[in-house]
Design a binder for this molecule. Structure first.
Ligand SMILES: [Zn+2]
Ligand SMILES: [Zn+2]
Length: 978
């Protein structure tokens, strides 16, 4: 192993920016050690982990281009081993993902081979994708520097919402390296013909900070990247992918899901680092909660400020991460105020940093950290990404940031290559934070999380297919090839007229608007609510968010300010709020109902079975409470229709004998079993993020003494998004680890009867009632015993794939229909269809009944819907023959615009006569010829409205009103859908 030579140290600093030495290394070690021995703090230290210093190892690369060799020589840079490995893999044509830490020289590693290609092929281009604008600016400076020193023409530019209009054309035509973000790419992909030079020569796609792409956003980006790949292929290029990421458990899986390609992993960090003390600091270490009250409880914020002040007074440059934008501001404010009293001249060296600040202000702070102007900065996770701020002496992490990945990214901000540094994690009183304080070994040994991307969400699949078809006609087989989506999905979209099959057999997007504009990368559904403050747009949210955070009377927090929600209009999609300073917050309560739609698999761990499948969840938000700290000061009813969605989740059952035992153990207490189940649900959900990368708010749960579908006591845990997002599917794989850590957590919690560190949940819809800590423990331990009933000490999961559709209300509806009770049967069918719009059997039976009741046109509509959901449905096929065998009306062939008018008149007449099916057939034909006919679009909307298909009616209203708001039919339709 090499020692760092003085000139290497210089070179290292050159590449990673310089911090002036203000304090000698020895004094720093003393100051850092002083903290852990200080009487004020040492009592609360749960653990100190010393991470040893590491020396660099270097490796030479052969056959480097001469200009690159000169460039490196001029800077006295030797390549670290992992940089050499990255370089070689890229030159070998492999897709590469690098997961070494921040400041380990990842960027240089992949920029070198790209620059080499740029030198050797003067047309070659590369696309760099960054999740945040600040990052692409950082990288732009690096690339501009290389362009100059290597004297090559690459014209690197960022292309995003901030790019001046007049520059855009030049970038498209001349730049060889373009930096952008997913939001921009999503919008400009359909303009690929303007970028043909760029796409034709595209050799590399760089996706930096790719661990950022997870959950809903990540799943959207994965589809987007595949759309990009399809465009590149169309222009004849097959670019190589280069991904960089923080350390995570499944880098290769993530890379593959994001791009659909195979990768080589580079993860051995060979850059140097100084020794680091990582301290787990628990303000609750010596505090036992007697009852649920907040009096006397330690304040994490105050502790954070104290430690922050301590560091600055010892001249230790410190970055303090907090969990919210509001806390970031508060702690900086308090610290400034207190510093004025203690050591006034330091007060102006304190600042707060968060997203939402102007780019200029942020830049000033970034530079100030590098130069040493700022001694202490509080920040949100905005500074967790690779923005270059140099390295600091210490990092305070106030509250576990939710993932190990974030934790290590944040801690990685402290530590110059040859000097001791410090990271302090200050715990909150919740399950996760306390779990770590009590299990430091787990914390430091724990592999990082799995980043989850789900490519099976049907809503995302369809949204991106629409975008792809808009970009280029989709050829048969392309959906499967690029997106892994089967032809059935396309067939369904054609049947619903979302796509159109042209004479060549390609599928095209038949409308003029841009589907990318209708689909946000941050969301699943396209239904969007606008939150307005004084007529100004504050933010947008999905329906479920409105129910949970912005119902009438709710206190909504936005950028640290509080707003009172005055009213919510679910139909128009507007939420009106006003800014008000209040001393309370609100908590909404809900009742959840779940039914199992389809069992997809069961995983057997010994005698414990974890089921996984499709669920229909109905959440009824029926009241909310105003809370002053943890005290309720009022309860108010809410009138919201239940929030229904289909999702995926896992469940397991607890046998009756457990209930009997528990009731014997606690004879004088009520709801022991229910309290135990409920506690187990909360505790498991609380530790979910330990094993899968998610926020606990991404998942929901339900526990019940008896569930109809399982006929036993059952606990459900589900993804909180329409269609599911892959979290619970992953959790079923790691259930044993999840269960074991949950039991550990409960055993370590010192409380008497439950607290926020074990079984209380901040988002419980039942107000944390009933809960029973000992019963919770008993139930979880019972489950653990079921697992270890297996003789083998190694627990092997046995996964059984099953595709069982649970008998649903449909059977009852069918019985009623057989008995001739049409109206009761229709009621039930309506229920089924409102839960599952593609329930083919229910749609077909509905059509059958309507047919028998002589409502033929509506019957035909339902028949078509049934067939689009399932082409093989027998009842619907028979009905189709019956219903379309009627004498055909004379149809006009379309030759001219005059014919359009004639057709429209005919459609209108039929509509007036109530023959909706024929009218809609004619309109389809008309719109094929002229898809900007607002009156025809509106009439189509009215037909949907009268057929009870409300979302389609709204959709047609949107299309029609975009073209002409004032048409007669458009206004008519507006009155219905408004
Ligand atoms: Zn507890
Ligand atoms: Zn609950």
């Amino acid at each position: 192993m090499h020692k760092l030579e003085p000139k290497m140290v210089l070179a290292y600093y050159f590449l990673h920016f310089t911090i002036p030495e203000t304090i000698s290394a020895d004094i720093m070690v003393d100051n850092i050690d002083m903290f852990k021995n200080d009487v004020r703090y040492r009592e609360n230290i749960a653990h100190i982990e010393t991470i040893p210093a590491k020396e660099a190892s270097f490796r030479k690369v052969n056959n480097l281009n001469e200009r690159i060799v000169d460039y490196l020589d001029s800077k006295n840079v030797k390549l670290y081993e992992h940089q050499a490995e990255t370089y070689e893999a890229i030159k070998d044509g492999e897709n590469v993902i690098i997961t070494t830490p921040t400041a380990s020289g990842k960027t240089l590693a992949f920029n070198l081979p790209i620059m080499e290609t740029m030198i050797e092929d003067k047309d070659a281009t590369a696309l760099y994708i960054y999740p945040a604008k600040a990052l692409s600016n950082d990288q732009l400076h690096v690339l501009e520097g290389m362009e100059e020193e290597l004297s090559i023409k690459i014209r690197p530019r960022t292309y995003d919402g901030d790019t001046p209009r007049e520059d855009k054309r030049g970038i498209r035509e001349k730049s060889r390296i373009v930096l952008t973000n997913p939001y921009q790419l999503h919008l400009i992909l359909s303009w690929h013909h303007q970028w043909s030079r760029f796409y034709k020569n595209l050799r590399y796609i760089v996706i930096d900070e790719s661990h950022y792409y997870k959950g809903v956003f990540g799943s959207n980006v994965a589809f987007l990247i595949k759309r990009l790949k399809r465009i590149a292929n169309f222009y004849g290029s097959y670019p190589q992918f280069i991904l960089s990421s923080a350390t995570l458990a499944n880098p290769l899986e993530l890379a593959n899901r994001l791009t659909g390609e195979d990768f080589k992993l580079v993860d051995n960090d060979t850059s140097p680092s100084g020794e680091k003390d990582f301290i787990l600091y628990n303000p609750f270490k010596n505090y036992v909660r007697k009852k649920i009250n907040t009096q006397n409880a330690p304040s994490v914020h105050m502790e954070t400020e104290n430690i922050f002040m301590y560091m600055m007074l010892k001249n230790i440059q410190t970055l303090c991460f907090t969990v919210s934008r509001k806390t970031t501001e508060l702690i900086a404010m308090w610290a400034k105020k207190d510093m004025t009293q203690v050591k006034g001249k330091l007060a102006h060296r304190i600042a707060a940093y968060r997203a939402g600040y102007q780019a200029q202000e942020r830049r000033e702070i970034e530079e100030g950290l590098k130069s040493g102007k700022y001694l202490g900065v509080t920040c949100t996770n905005a500074l967790e990404l690779g923005i270059n701020i140099g390295s600091l002496d210490a990092v305070i992490i106030s509250g576990y940031p939710g993932t190990m990945i974030s934790t290590w990214q944040q801690a990685g901000r402290a530590g110059r290559s040859n000097q001791k540094s410090l990271a302090v994690l200050i715990a909150f009183e919740n399950q996760l934070d306390q779990y770590f304080m009590n299990n430091p070994k787990f914390f430091f040994d724990k592999p990082h999380e799995n980043a989850i991307i789900d490519l099976k969400n049907p809503i995302l699949q369809e949204a991106h297919l629409l975008c792809a078809a808009k970009e280029l006609p989709l050829q048969r087989g392309e959906a499967e090839k690029y997106f892994g989506i089967s032809q059935n999905v396309i067939d369904g979209m054609v049947a619903r007229k979302d796509l159109h099959e042209n004479h060549r057999g390609d599928f095209i997007y038949p409308y003029d608007d841009s589907p990318a504009l209708d689909h946000s990368l941050d969301q699943i559904s396209s239904e969007e609510f606008k939150v307005m403050n004084n007529g100004k747009l504050l933010e947008t949210m999905e329906r479920s968010q409105v129910y949970r955070e912005a119902h009438e009377g709710a206190i909504l927090i936005n950028k640290g300010d509080t707003y009172v929600v005055n009213d919510v209009n679910l139909k128009s999609g507007y939420v009106n709020v006003s800014k008000e300073v209040v001393d309370y917050h609100t908590m909404v309560l809900n009742q959840t109902d779940i039914s199992i739609r389809k069992k997809l698999s069961k995983t057997k761990y010994g005698d414990l079975t974890i089921h996984f499948g499709e669920l229909t969840v109905s959440e009824d938000y029926f009241k909310y409470k105003k809370m002053h700290f943890s005290k309720a000061i009022g309860t108010y009813p809410l009138e919201l229709p239940p929030l229904k969605f289909n999702t995926k989740g896992l469940w397991f059952t607890i046998p009756k004998r457990v209930q009997d035992t528990l009731e014997d153990m606690f004879p004088n207490e009520e709801e022991v079993f229910a309290g135990g189940l409920h506690g187990a649900e909360h505790a498991l959900i609380g530790l979910f993020p330990l094993h899968t990368m998610c926020d606990r708010f991404d998942i929901g749960g339900l526990s019940t003494n008896y569930h109809e579908d399982t006929q036993e006591a059952t606990i459900f845990i589900y993804d909180g998004y329409e269609g599911g997002i892959g979290i619970c599917e992953k959790a079923a794989d790691v259930f044993v680890e999840l269960l074991n850590s949950t039991i550990d957590m409960l055993n370590n919690c010192q409380c008497q009867s439950g607290c926020p560190a074990c079984i209380y949940s901040p988002k419980c819809g039942n107000d944390n009632k009933p809960l029973h800590k000992n019963a919770t423990k008993y139930i979880l331990e019972f489950m653990s015993k079921l697992i270890s009933n297996e003789d083998d000490s190694e627990i092997e999961a046995e996964v059984i794939v099953e595709e069982i559709v649970i008998p649903d209300d449909f059977d009852e509806a069918y019985d009623l229909y057989k008995k001739g009770d049409y109206s009761a049967s229709k009621d039930l069918l309506n229920n089924i269809i409102s839960n599952d719009k593609r329930h083919a059997r229910a749609l077909a039976l509905m059509a059958q009944i309507l047919y028998e009741q002589d409502q033929k046109d509506i019957a035909l509509l339902f028949t078509k819907k049934a067939l689009s959901a399932d082409r093989s449905n027998e009842m619907a096929n028979e009905l189709e023959v019956l219903l379309t065998n009627k004498p055909q009306k004379e149809m006009v062939e379309l030759n001219s615009l005059d014919d359009v008018d004639t057709l429209y008149e005919e459609a209108y007449d039929l509509y007036e006569q109530g023959d909706l099916a024929t009218a809609s057939d004619i309109l389809v034909k008309l719109l094929d010829f002229d898809d900007r006919n607002s009156e025809a679009l509106a009439l189509m909307g009215l037909i949907y409205y009268h057929s009870g298909i409300f979302p389609k009616a709204v959709e047609y209203y949107k299309k029609a009103s975009k073209i002409n708001k004032n048409g007669e039919m458009v206004r008519e339709l507006k009155m219905r859908v408004a």
